[in-house]
Design a protein around this ligand. Structure first.
Ligand SMILES: *Cc1c(COP(=O)(O)O)cnc(C)c1O
Length: 380
């Protein structure tokens, strides 16, 4: 029997048909489907502008670039994230500083953000870990007081809602929000990403940076000798999304709420099965937030069950239950540990105990039962 992995894409016949239709049309690379996908994302989130790009890392790269922060300055992010949340600063010659996480939400702790501020801090990149929105009100307050930019890394959080019910990506608390549509994320375009913003200035910069810094927009050309003419205004990249990817994205977006409901159903099923187990901590969700649950992360007291994490992973794998660790603290990775001495004790103790177990909409109830049975048997 096929093993259950910690996450998996969900592609149906409509998704496949949407891509085939593009293959039979005139546009393969960026064309009308990309704009339509951007409009669908804006409509869900209530953001004014959206720029779809080739992946989530590209989204973060040009989001930071669009801010125009002076080289050598600092930006703060969480150590419990994928490396891209910090790498995007290094691409722009900004030094990443790591603030500790809150041990309950696994999100960046605003108090430690305040502690890590220096006169050189210009930017904060909170990550909505596993789908749960970070404490954006507190972060926005710190940003306002200290004149900082804010980019939300919402790679895990498409479909998640803040306390007032509005969707992550509305940029009420930030300059920009970035997304990833890698197959393991909540909706997929194969590879893909997007940035939302309410600032027209940032939007225009992002459009330039996505495509070589080149424009033929008459409003910004310095002269206009004829129809062939274009100018390059920024050192941009080729970070375009293709129409094939965008068509898949549009189709997947029509299934987002269905995905979210199924994910949340599985989460509550897991939560009740794991309640009261002394050596296991299920994920915590703040009462007023609505996470789309990209991951189901449990914390295990490995000493109590007398098995190491490595032993647990191979025991579960033998029972066809795939698991993964999200994440090794970024500031402990060799490339960063040489640059960085930030203390993040909560992130370290979280890392010692965390394990992601299977969660994706295509899981059958019998799959969920199988995972529960295997996990519960760990202390036998
Ligand atoms: C997946 C991910 C990214 C990067 O997205 P890609 O599309 O894989 O480039 C960035 N940040 C976080 C938190 C992610 O999980």
């Amino acid at each position: 029997m096929k093993a259950l992995s910690y996450g998996h894409q969900d592609i149906n016949q409509n998704d496949i048909q949407a891509v085939i239709e593009v293959l039979e049309s005139d546009y393969l690379t960026q064309g009308p489907k990309v704009e339509e996908f951007e409009d669908v994302l804006c409509a869900l989130m209530g953001a004014k502008y959206c720029v779809a790009v080739s992946n989530g890392t590209a989204a973060l790269h040009i989001a930071v670039a669009a801010l125009g922060v002076e080289k050598g300055m600092e930006g703060i992010t969480s150590p419990i994230t994928f490396v891209a949340s910090a790498n995007c600063m290094l691409y722009n010659e900004i030094t990443p500083i790591f603030a500790d996480i809150n041990s309950k939400s696994y999100n960046i702790d605003p108090t430690d953000v305040s502690h890590k501020l220096t006169p050189d801090t210009r930017l904060v990149i909170p990550v909505h870990m596993a789908g749960q929105p970070a404490d954006m009100k507190a972060i926005a307050m710190i940003a306002r007081k200290n004149n900082l930019h804010v980019i939300e890394d919402a790679a895990h959080a498409i479909g998640s809602q803040y306390a007032d019910g509005s969707y992550v990506g509305n940029c009420e608390y930030s300059d920009m929000t970035t997304f990833s549509f890698h197959p393991v994320k909540t909706i997929t375009t194969g590879e893909g990403g997007a940035i939302t913003t309410n600032s027209e200035t940032l939007y225009r910069k992002l459009l330039l940076l996505r495509s070589h810094g080149i424009t033929n927009d008459e409003r910004v050309l310095s002269s206009n000798p004829g129809p062939w003419y274009y100018e390059m205004h920024e050192l941009g990249f080729n970070y375009r999304m293709s129409d094939m990817q965008a068509a898949l994205g549009i189709s997947q977006m029509s299934r987002l709420i269905e995905f979210k409901n199924r994910r949340r159903d599985i989460v509550s099923y897991y939560n009740s099965a794991f309640a009261g187990i002394s050596w296991l901590t299920p994920p915590w969700e703040a009462e007023n937030l609505s996470s789309c649950f990209h991951l189901y992360i449990i914390q295990i007291d490995f000493q109590a069950i007398k098995r190491s994490r490595k032993e647990v992973m191979s025991y579960l794998s033998a029972k066809r239950v795939g698991t993964q660790v999200h994440y090794i603290p970024v500031n402990q990775l060799p490339y960063y540990s040489e640059l960085n001495t930030d203390k993040t004790p909560n992130a370290e103790s979280y890392y010692d105990q965390c394990l992601s177990i299977p969660l994706y909409p295509g899981m059958r109830n019998s799959d969920v039962d199988k995972v529960i049975k295997a996990i519960i048997s760990l202390d036998k």
